[in-house]
Design a protein. Structure first.
Length: 146
């Protein structure tokens, strides 16, 4: 039986453990500086290096999570969006030119999480530092246009 069929507590635990990871990937003390730098934050490269050592079999994650995969990816992405929204509100003007902060945070979150999942499932040949750099440049440009 899936965890979301059991009133969600098991799935929520899986979502909650991602908070610390997101908190370290999008650090409060360097969030605004990270988007001015020419390369990705070291925490990102470390993250991708860590998961590069773990099997990235595209079928293992979906097989293990089964019916819970969609629920978990949606809620983990929402958790990431909340962390990013908090960082934007802490570090940048709340008046992004034409894009509300929640939309901006959701866009950054979707870009990051979508490309992480794609790296696991589709772009396995890209080394960790390169994929971190690609994601950094894409997100940097999201911030640049706002």
């Amino acid at each position: 039986m899936s965890c979301h069929a059991l009133a969600v507590p098991a799935c929520n635990g899986v979502v909650d453990i991602h908070f610390d990871m997101f908190d370290s990937l999008f650090r409060k003390d360097s969030f605004s500086r990270d988007w001015l730098s020419s390369g990705p934050p070291e925490e990102w490269v470390d993250f991708f290096n860590k998961y590069n050592k773990i099997s990235r079999n595209p079928f293992s994650l979906s097989y293990k999570l089964g019916n819970d995969l969609d629920y978990l990816t949606t809620h983990i992405t929402l958790q990431l969006s909340r962390v990013i929204e908090s960082r934007i509100n802490d570090q940048f003007s709340k008046d992004c030119d034409h894009i509300p902060v929640p939309i901006l945070a959701s866009s950054v979150s979707a870009c990051f999480s979508g490309l992480v999942i794609s790296w696991f499932t589709r772009f396995q040949s890209i080394d960790p530092k390169t994929i971190a750099g690609y994601i950094h440049r894409l997100i940097k440009n999201i911030f640049r246009v706002t």
